[in-house]
Ligand binder design. Structure first.
Ligand code: ZN
Length: 226
């Protein structure tokens, strides 16, 4: 009987050792499962801060903004709603969909160009009336080789949302103009939510197809009476 008891004890000891070994791993797994999806809201107007560090660092997006070495500008170098928006965009590694009525803010324009340079697949949908205005970033984005599509309608393409890596939705009232960023009361939600991302992506794809240049009418019918 003795050897059997010893064997049982040995197996039990080995089991315990294994369980202890696996404990940190199991805890990590549980913690990862419990990690709450990202839910953040940015309120504007944003404090005016220097965003050079974000826009120059090759892997920007992860680390908090540090003033670039030798940046002598007099702006504060801390966080702001704009810097947090830039960081959320610059976190993109694979894809970025933009659906924006107005896009004229240079920092956001640089961020989008930076992503394009890094190989992120960027697609932009915008409004035909606003994109023709002075200071619009759309021409610069196109020149950089970024795909842009726009409406041909009387109604505005009035959305203001972005989708990062088909995983994070950024949406709210903010037009991407310096005017709005620095002066208006606006809100922007940044959320990791599969369902909302799916619905917004579907809407993006629908608009993307609808605004396909092969479907443009080059001589749109004028409304009667005009
Ligand atoms: Zn600076």
């Amino acid at each position: 009987m003795r050897p059997l008891r010893w064997r049982v004890a040995a197996v039990a000891a080995a089991g315990l050792a294994l369980a202890l070994e696996a404990l940190p791993w199991a805890l990590r797994w549980l913690r990862a499962r419990r990690r709450r999806p990202r839910r953040e809201v940015l309120f504007f107007p944003s404090q005016v801060t220097c965003t050079e560090a974000l826009l120059q660092a090759p892997g920007a997006g992860a680390a908090p903004a540090q003033p670039p070495a030798g940046c002598l500008c007099r702006l504060p170098h801390g966080e702001s709603s704009l810097s947090r928006l830039l960081r959320a965009l610059l976190a993109a590694r694979a894809s970025l969909e933009l659906c924006l009525f107005a896009f004229s803010n240079p920092q956001l324009g640089r961020a989008v160009q930076l992503l394009h340079q890094r190989g992120v697949h960027v697609r932009v949908v915008t409004d035909c009336d606003y994109m023709a205005l002075n200071g619009s970033q759309i021409g610069l984005l196109r020149k950089a080789g970024i795909q842009v599509r726009h409406d041909q309608d009387l109604g505005y393409m009035h959305h203001k949302f972005a989708i990062v890596d088909k995983k994070v939705l950024i949406t709210g009232s903010l037009n991407w103009t310096t005017q709005a960023i620095q002066n208006n009361r606006e809100n922007v939600l940044i959320m990791e939510d599969e369902e909302y991302v799916r619905l917004f992506l579907e809407e993006f794809e629908r608009i993307w197809e609808e605004f396909n240049p092969t479907k443009y009418r080059f001589f749109p019918q004028k409304k009667r009476g005009h």
